[in-house]
Write a protein that binds this ligand. Structure first.
Ligand SMILES: [Zn+2]
Length: 535
């Protein structure tokens, strides 16, 4: 069989042989790893050599918390998250409209801010008309406000004679003309109900298209947590068509508006469980939310938020419900990943895990805490270790949220958040990820931040005591990520028998100055022996 030999500075992530000069591939798997001479002797004379001189080769990077389908969809709406002024918003809408001439409605992503603008107000319909006069524009900030252009007002039939709906307000100028700003749901749903939901074809295309960007960043695999049945079927369709090139572990969402018992019954009736599938698409654990987020003030805290004396956050899932789900998982061979941001949520999740474990051991099921960043205690760490509970951490979250959360909690306290070193020193398995699209997906940004804990916007290192060594940071996104994906026998290392998933980088991340890691160029990304990206 004709083999391919890859030659470069190979960082295998295999503890038995951390470095090599070359490795050989036959079909989609790695056959030999070692010195170039040995690998060539084993591969025979009839082989192709891919030289990556000067490049460092690492196993394909895996993101253990990445909403890939949502990230793909996010690319199909206007992203206003980095706008600093009204002019930026108008420019973003104009650019999107020009780039997407086929899109009937111009919708925006949620969660953008105007508070830091020099002129902190919302754009008017007339400003949006300048950006896009011929098609409706609907900017949704999430929650309480929608901003639209004249075309959208016309489609919704809103004019100066329209009365405010009960519980909502159509903001008007001094002449009584609607300005385009609609306050509260009863007002903006007048427009929103005309916005067509994204079609199945669009959702499929969004998922298919985002993969190329992921490969360009060095990603070869992800875990997509919290999928609906519709999401799951889109993944399956792509997989069936041979179009799923980012290896995916799919985590179905169990808790769906008090229907979790139905979901669990359906899962039990199917008889399948975590691990079903192949190396392209596999069932992961069930995903449950225990609380909300720190920036929204809905993370379940042990004490009130420092800036909101009466707010301890929200417990999203009742303890009894969560107990039922955890017990179901332990009994039926499902893994379980629990979104737990605040200390209250971490305490509660581990307490229930311990109770369930006393009757049905959970160690082999690799239950995990997702995020778990607002101050796990030494007790939490000891419990996680004892139960074999892993942590899916997101250095990118620590990096991205630092400016906002340092304001909220102070630099000292937020420096102790995302305590990767404490988890690892305590003997807990930790895997890395991004939580894209909430945070940027490039895995090297996460690797870099785990090593440096540096935050550009603050010009400061936040919590340097929790920084980890480059090899350890790389392991979070390779070997340990593969383990959390139930794929450690196939991925996460460059080792004979493993899938040929690898990335060639312009720098050696274990040897270069830390600041260079995030600027490292991905030169080539290979999945199962096939080049899926080349610079
Ligand atoms: Zn998430």
């Amino acid at each position: 069989m004709c083999r391919t030999i890859i030659r470069g500075n190979v960082i295998t992530m295999d503890p038995d042989r951390p470095r090599a000069e070359a490795f050989a591939i036959a079909d989609e798997r790695i056959t030999d790893v070692g010195s170039f001479e040995d690998v060539r002797a084993a591969a025979g004379s009839d082989c192709r050599v891919i030289d990556q001189p000067g490049a460092s080769i690492i196993p394909g990077l895996i993101d253990t918390h990445n909403h890939m389908l949502s990230t793909g969809l996010q690319r199909r709406i206007v992203d206003l998250s980095s706008c600093q002024s009204i002019a930026d918003i108008v420019a973003a809408v104009r650019e999107f409209a020009q780039l997407h001439p086929q899109t009937a409605w111009i919708p925006s992503g949620k969660g953008w801010q105007i508070e830091t603008f020099p002129d902190p107000r919302y754009p008017t319909r007339y400003e949006l008309d300048e950006a896009c006069p011929d098609r409706p524009v609907y900017l949704n900030r999430g929650g309480h406000i929608g901003i639209v252009n004249s075309r959208a007002l016309a489609i919704a039939g809103i004019d100066r004679d329209t009365r405010d709906p009960e519980g909502g307000r159509i903001v008007r100028d001094q002449h009584g003309e609607p300005t385009g700003v609609l306050l509260e749901a009863p007002a903006f749903t007048l427009v929103e109900r005309h916005v067509p939901p994204s079609s199945r074809a669009e959702r499929k295309a969004a998922l298919r298209d985002i993969q190329q960007a992921y490969h360009a960043a060095g990603l070869t695999g992800i875990i997509d947590p919290g999928l609906t049945p519709d999401d799951m079927s889109i993944y399956q369709e792509l997989w069936q068509n041979g179009e799923l090139t980012v290896r995916t572990v799919a985590m179905p969402l169990a808790q769906t508006e008090d229907e979790e018992d139905k979901v669990l019954a359906a899962l039990a009736a199917m008889g399948m469980r975590t691990g079903f599938g192949d190396c392209k698409l596999k069932l992961g654990g069930i995903k449950v939310f225990m609380d909300g987020g720190a920036s929204l003030g809905t993370a379940l805290m042990r004490q009130p938020f420092p800036d909101e004396r009466c707010n301890c956050g929200i417990q999203v899932t009742h303890t009894a419900t969560f107990h039922r789900i955890a017990e179901f998982c332990a009994r039926h061979g499902w893994s379980l990943g629990v979104h737990a941001v605040g200390g209250g949520a971490i305490d509660l999740t581990l307490a229930v895990f311990a109770e369930v474990d006393a009757r049905h051991p959970i160690r082999d099921l690799r239950f995990s805490l997702i995020h778990a960043y607002l101050w796990p205690t030494p007790d939490n760490i000891a419990t996680a270790r004892r139960l074999g509970v892993a942590v899916a951490t997101q250095p990118t979250m620590q990096y991205n949220f630092a400016p906002m959360l340092v304001k909220r909690f102070g630099a000292e306290a937020f420096g102790r958040a995302t305590p990767i070193k404490s988890w690892l020193d305590g003997g807990v398995r930790v895997a890395g990820g991004s939580d894209s699209p909430i945070n940027p997906y490039p895995p090297l940004l996460g690797v870099w931040h785990a090593i440096t804990r540096y935050v550009d916007d603050l010009h400061e290192t936040i919590g340097p005591e929790q920084a980890i060594a480059p090899e350890t940071a790389l392991a979070l996104y390779t070997r340990d990520a593969a383990w959390l994906a139930f794929s450690e026998h196939e991925r996460g290392m460059i080792r004979p028998g493993m899938l040929a998933d690898w990335v060639a980088l312009s720098v050696d991340p274990t040897a270069c100055p830390a600041m260079e890691i995030r600027q490292a160029k991905v030169l080539r990304t290979v999945v199962g022996g096939k080049t899926v990206y080349e610079a």
